[in-house]
Each structure stands twice: as C-alpha cells, then as structure tokens.
Design a protein. Structure first.
Length: 120
C-alpha cells in the first residue's frame, strides 16, 4: 500500500493513466489522476463512465484490445492536448465535498421517499 503522497508523485510523472478494470464501483485512482491533471484511458466497468468525458480522457469497452491499443497510441501522440489545469478544475468541481454531499443527500432523499410510498 502506497502513501497518498507517493501516488501523487507517480501521477505527476505520468503522461496519462490507464484503468483497465473488469468492474469498478467508482475508480478512485481514475478520479485521483484527473485531480492531478492527468488524462485517462478507462474501461466502461461501472464507475469511470460516470465522470470520464471526451475532455478528460477516453472510455473503452472492457476486453477490446483494439480500442485499448488505439487509445494508447492516441494518448502517446496527443496527451498534451488535455490541459492539466482544466482537468484539475473538472475534478475539483465534480468531486468536492459540497458536490459529493449533495449527491448523498439526493440518494437518501430518494430512499426515504420510496420508503414512505411503500408504507402507505
């Protein structure tokens, strides 16, 4: 297990990040990369497709080696087209405590609303 400072250091040295997972509930490392201003290649596996956009990286189908290869080649040639500052701003806006808190609130509100409907 690496310390958060180590992860930050590794990400700062990267041109891009590849997350090639079968399944993710969220994909913290993908969000961490964006917060560090690093574009990503991520599989559609349950988490990254909620926040990886054309402006922040590339989404690919899991198991599609051609898409993965094409995405890597694209990033090797074009990772500098992603603006570090914009990626960091996007991550900060998307994952700040207010935004995440609001999302939790909305989830709990829906649960409580549905419970009330079941009770009546």
């Amino acid at each position: 297990m690496k310390h958060p400072e180590d992860v930050y250091q590794y990400l700062q040295e990267a041109d891009f990040l590849i997350t090639n997972s079968n399944y993710e509930t969220f994909s913290v490392v993908t969000a961490e990369a964006l917060a560090c201003g690093i574009p990503v290649i991520a599989t559609k596996c349950g988490g990254p497709e909620d926040f990886v956009t054309e402006e922040t990286g590339i989404l690919i189908e899991h198991g599609n080696e051609k898409q993965l290869g094409d995405a890597i080649i694209y990033m090797l040639d074009n990772s500098d087209k992603y603006e570090k500052r914009k990626l960091m701003e996007y991550a900060n806006k998307r994952f700040n405590s207010f935004t995440v808190g609001r999302q939790f609130y909305e989830i709990y509100e829906k649960i409580l609303f549905n419970l009330k409907r079941v009770e009546h």
